[in-house]
Design a protein around this ligand. Structure first.
Ligand SMILES: *[C@@H]1O[C@H](CO)[C@@H](O)[C@H](O)[C@H]1NC(C)=O
Ligand SMILES: *[C@@H]1O[C@H](CO)[C@@H](O)[C@H](O)[C@H]1NC(C)=O
Ligand SMILES: *[C@@H]1O[C@H](CO)[C@@H](O)[C@H](O)[C@H]1NC(C)=O
Ligand SMILES: *[C@@H]1O[C@H](CO)[C@@H](O)[C@H](O)[C@H]1NC(C)=O
Ligand SMILES: *[C@@H]1O[C@H](CO)[C@@H](O)[C@H](O)[C@H]1NC(C)=O
Ligand SMILES: *[C@@H]1O[C@H](CO)[C@@H](O)[C@H](O)[C@H]1NC(C)=O
Ligand SMILES: *[C@@H]1O[C@H](CO)[C@@H](O)[C@H](O)[C@H]1NC(C)=O
Ligand SMILES: *[C@@H]1O[C@H](CO)[C@@H](O)[C@H](O)[C@H]1NC(C)=O
Ligand SMILES: *[C@@H]1O[C@H](CO)[C@@H](O)[C@H](O)[C@H]1NC(C)=O
Ligand SMILES: *[C@@H]1O[C@H](CO)[C@@H](O)[C@H](O)[C@H]1NC(C)=O
Ligand SMILES: *[C@@H]1O[C@H](CO)[C@@H](O)[C@H](O)[C@H]1NC(C)=O
Ligand SMILES: *[C@@H]1O[C@H](CO)[C@@H](O)[C@H](O)[C@H]1NC(C)=O
Length: 593
C-alpha cells in the first residue's frame, strides 16, 4: 500500500475502526525510514520532554546519527556522535561493509548523555588490534555534534554493549559475546570515565536458543530486573525475547511467552523485526523501537535496509511487557502533542533536499561519506564556482580494490540516505574529463560490492576507425552486485550539447549535465541524463532492480562520486574536478504493506 499526501489520509480513515477509543492515536512506520538500524531510544524529561534515538552507521561517516522528537512521529536529525576523524581514526581502514559502527545504546544519566557502541573490524588479518573496539561517548548537549566527546575505549570481546546504572552508583556493562566465542549475554562493572572493566564478564543469560543472542538492554520495574535481547540473527528469523530476575546478577527466568516481538513466519511486509529498546513517556505509557526491513517474507527487495519502527507497549505491574506487533499502520497510546520546535541543525526524517552549496556553508549533517573522507576532496563554492560542491577525484572508484577495502586514501563519494520507496534524486554536474578513465556521476550506493552508477566518463571512441582511437565522453550506466546486474550501457554524449566542442580544453566552460535517479516503482530504479539547459533532451539510460542493492546490514545512499578509475592522483596531478550543484531529493511515496 502506498501512503503519501492525501492517499495516506484516505488509507487511515478507511483502515482504522471508528470504534477506536478517542484517546488512542494512530501512526505509521517506519518512524526513521532508511538506513537507521539497531535503534536505541530514551525519553528525557529534563530536556523538555524529548525523545532521543541513536542508530548504527557501519562505515558511514559522520556516524551514529541522533534523532530527537517531541511527539514520537516527527523526528529531527539533531547531531552525529561520530563527527571528527580524530574521534576514531581507525574507521578509515575498516574492511568489508559489515565493519564499522554496530549497535549503539543511548542513555541519559544525571545530566549527561552516553552513547556506548562497538567499532568492528571484520576480516582484517593485517591489523594487530582486536576485532571489537568497544567505546563510550558522552555529551552535555545532544543537539550539537561538536559536544560529543572523544570515545573512552574499554576491553570487551564482543559487541552491542549497553550501560546500566544501579541505584548505588555502580555502572554495569552488558554485552553480547560473538558466535565465534560462546554466544551469550555477559555483564561486568565499568568505570565510564576510564573504561576500566571488572575482572570477569559473567554469562547472565544465553537466550531461548535462537542464533546470536545480542542487543541486550536492562530495565528495572516493580522490583524486577528485566533483560531484553534480540535473537535469531538480523534476518527473517529475528525476534526479541526477555527474561527477569529479582537480582541484577541473576538467575534470569525467561518469559514463557517468548518471543515478545517478531514478524518471523508471517507474510507481513515489515520483516526482520527485532533489536529493540523500551522507554516510558511523560504520561507513564511505555513505547518501544526496533529495526525492521520492508521486504516481505521473500526478502529480496529492501534497498533501504533495516529501518527504525515504533510500537506501543502495555506493561502491567509485576507482569511481562506486551509489545504490539509491528505493521505499517499502527495504533496505540495517545502520543505527546506535536511540537516541531526542536533544536539542532539537521532535517526531519521525511524531509526533501534542495541543497545549493552556497558560499560559507558546510555539508548538511545528514550527508555521509563511506569511511572517513580524505582532506580537501570536498569543497563548497570554490573560487570561480559559487554554489557548487567541488569533488576532487579519488584514484579508487566506488568498488575500490576487491569491493571490501579502500584504505586510508579514501573514495570520493558523498550521499544521503534513501528514505522513501519512491523518490527522485538529481544533481547538475559540470565536468570536462581530460584523461581516459576520468569519471564523475551519481550512484545508488549500498556497499562497495553493491552500487548502481550513472557517470560521465572519458573512453576511447568506439565508433572511430582512427588508431589510436580518440577519447570521447560517454554516459556510462553500470551496476555491481552479488546478484545479476543489468548489462552496462554506454551512450555517447551528443556533440550538439552546449560547450561540447570545448570539452578537451580544461580552461573552457565544462559540460553542464543533469543526472537523475528515480525509484519508478517498488522494485526498480531508472537512471536518466541530459543537458541541463534542455530538459526535453533528458533520456533514460538504464533501469536496475532494487534487489541488486538489497543486502547485509546497511541501506542505500544516493550520492555523487568522482574517480580516475585507478590512475594515481597527487598534488601535482590532482585529476579533473567535478562540480555538483542543484542537489535535489524529492519524496514520492512510502509502501507500508
Ligand atoms: C578484506 O576481506 C577480504 C574478504 O574477507 C579479504 O580477502 C581481504 O584480505 C581483506 N582485506 C584486508 C585489507 O584486510
Ligand atoms: C600494533 O599496534 C600498535 C598500536 O596500534 C603499534 O604501536 C604496534 O607497533 C603494532 N605492532 C605490530 C607488530 O604491528
Ligand atoms: C581484554 O580482556 C580479555 C578477556 O578478558 C583479556 O584476555 C585481555 O588480556 C584483555 N586485554 C587488555 C588489553 O586488557
Ligand atoms: C552496588 O550494588 C551491587 C549489586 O547489588 C553490588 O554488587 C555492589 O557491590 C554495590 N556497590 C557499592 C559501591 O555498594
Ligand atoms: C551460557 O553459555 C555459557 C557458554 O556456553 C555457559 O558457560 C554459561 O553457563 C551459560 N549461562 C547461562 C546463564 O546459561
Ligand atoms: C519460524 O519457523 C521456523 C521453522 O518452523 C522455526 O524454526 C522458528 O523458530 C520460527 N520463528 C519464530 C520466531 O517463531
Ligand atoms: C515471492 O517469491 C515467490 C517465488 O520466488 C514468487 O512466486 C512470489 O511472487 C514472490 N512474491 C512477491 C510478493 O514478490
Ligand atoms: C490503546 O493503546 C494501548 C497500547 O497499544 C492498548 O493497550 C489499548 O488497548 C488501546 N485502547 C483502545 C481502546 O484501543
Ligand atoms: C516546544 O518545544 C520547545 C523546545 O523544547 C519549547 O521551548 C516550547 O515551549 C514547546 N512549545 C510548546 C507549545 O510546548
Ligand atoms: C557554454 O560556455 C559559455 C562560455 O564559455 C557559457 O557562457 C555558457 O553558459 C555555457 N553553456 C552551458 C549550457 O553551460
Ligand atoms: C517496475 O518497473 C520495471 C521497469 O519498467 C518493470 O520491469 C517492473 O515490472 C516494474 N515492477 C513492478 C512491481 O511494477
Ligand atoms: C574500478 O577500480 C578498480 C581498481 O582500481 C579497477 O580494477 C576497475 O576496472 C575500475 N572500474 C572501472 C569501471 O573502471
Amino acid at each position: 500500500m502506498l501512503a503519501g499526501g492525501s492517499l495516506a489520509c484516505l488509507a487511515t480513515s478507511l483502515l482504522l475502526p471508528l470504534a477506536l477509543a478517542a484517546s488512542n492515536s494512530t501512526f505509521t512506520n517506519p518512524i526513521l525510514p532508511g538506513f537507521f538500524p539497531d535503534p536505541s531510544c530514551t525519553f528525557v524529561p529534563e530536556w523538555d520532554d524529548t525523545f532521543f534515538c541513536a542508530s548504527s552507521s557501519f562505515n558511514a561517516f559522520p556516524g551514529i546519527p541522533i534523532h530527537a522528537s517531541k511527539d514520537l512521529t516527527n523526528w529531527k536529525h539533531v547531531s552525529n556522535v561520530l563527527n571528527r576523524a580524530e574521534q576514531l581514526p581507525t574507521l578509515a581502514i575498516t574492511n568489508k561493509s559489515t565493519s564499522g559502527i554496530w549497535a549503539s545504546t543511548i542513555r541519559y544519566h544525571e545530566g549527561t548523555f552516553f552513547v556506548m557502541t562497538t567499532l568492528v573490524f571484520d576480516d582484517q588479518p593485517q591489523t594487530n588490534f582486536s576485532r571489537w573496539d568497544n567505546i563510550v561517548f558522552h555529551s552535555m548537549n545532544p543537539f550539537d555534534s561538536s559536544s560529543w566527546s572523544d570515545p573512552v575505549h574499554f576491553n570487551f570481546t564482543g559487541y552491542d554493549t549497553s550501560p546500566y546504572w544501579l541505584s548505588n552508583g555502580t555502572v554495569l556493562v552488558t554485552g553480547s559475546h560473538p558466535w565465534q566465542v560462546q554466544p551469550g549475554i555477559t555483564q561486568t562493572t565499568i568505570d565510564l570515565t576510564t573504561g576500566e572493566v571488572g575482572a570477569n564478564f559473567r554469562y547472565i543469560w544465553n537466550g531461548t536458543g535462537g542464533l546470536a543472542p545480542e542487543g541486550p538492554h536492562i530495565y528495572f520495574k516493580d522490583d524486577w530486573y528485566y533483560l531484553m535481547i534480540a535473537e535469531g540473527g538480523t534476518g527473517v528469523n529475528h525476534m526479541e525475547t526477555i527474561a527477569r530476575s529479582k537480582s541484577i546478577d541473576g538467575p534470569y527466568t525467561p518469559n514463557p511467552n517468548n518471543p515478545i516481538l517478531t514478524n518471523a513466519n508471517t507474510s507481513q511486509y515489515f520483516q526482520t523485526v527485532g533489536h529493540a529498546d523500551l522507554w516510558q513517556d511523560a504520561s507513564g505509557n511505555w513505547w518501544g523501537a526496533a529495526l525492521s526491513t520492508r521486504s516481505g517474507p521473500n526478502y529480496t527487495t529492501y534497498p533501504m535496509g533495516r529501518e527504525t519502527v515504533l510500537y506501543p507497549v502495555t506493561w502491567k505491574a509485576d507482569d511481562w511487557p506486551i509489545l504490539q506487533p509491528v505493521r505499517g499502520q499502527m495504533s496505540g497510546w495517545q502520543k505527546p502533542a506535536t511540537n516541531l520546535s526542536i533544536a539542532g541543525e539537521g532535517p526531519f526524517a521525511d524531509a526533501a533536499d534542495y541543497i545549493t552549496f552556497p558560499p560559507n556553508s558546510s555539508l548538511p549533517i545528514h550527508f555521509v561519506h563511506w569511511r572517513i573522507p580524505a582532506n580537501g576532496s570536498y569543497t563548497i563554492s570554490p573560487p570561480g564556482h559559487p554554489n557548487t560542491l567541488r569533488l576532487s577525484p579519488s584514484r579508487l572508484n566506488l568498488t575500490a580494490f576487491d569491493g571490501n577495502y579502500a584504505g586510508p586514501e579514501g573514495q570520493t563519494f558523498v550521499g544521503r540516505r534513501q528514505t522513501d520507496t519512491l523518490f527522485t534524486y538529481s544533481v547538475n554536474l559540470e565536468f570536462s574529463p581530460q584523461q581516459q578513465g576520468d569519471e564523475a556521476g551519481i550512484s545508488v550506493f549500498l556497499t562497495q560490492n553493491h552500487h548502481i552508477d550513472l557517470g560521465v566518463v572519458l573512453l576511447p571512441n568506439t565508433s572511430s576507425s582512427a588508431s589510436p582511437k580518440p577519447l570521447a565522453p560517454y554516459f556510462r550506466f553500470s551496476a555491481t552486485s552479488y546478484l545479476a546486474v543489468p548489462p552496462p550501457v554506454l551512450v555517447p554524449i551528443h556533440s550538439s550539447y552546449p560547450n561540447y566542442t570545448t570539452l578537451s580544453d580544461p580552461n573552457a566552460t565544462p559540460l553542464n549535465l543533469y543526472l537523475e535517479i528515480k525509484a519508478i516503482n517498488v522494485t526498480h530504479y531508472a537512471f536518466s541524463a541530459g543537458p541541463t539547459d534542455a530538459m526535453s533532451d533528458v533520456i533514460t539510460i538504464g533501469y536496475a532492480p532494487a534487489a541488486d542493492v538489497s543486502f547485509g546490514f546497511t541501506g542505500t545512499l544516493l550520492g555523487v562520486y568522482a574517480t580516475t578509475n585507478g590512475r594515481s592522483v597527487n598534488a601535482s596531478s590532482p585529476g579533473t574536478p567535478a562540480y555538483i550543484s542543484e542537489w535535489r531529493y524529492t519524496p514520492q511515496g512510502q509502501f507500508l504493506s
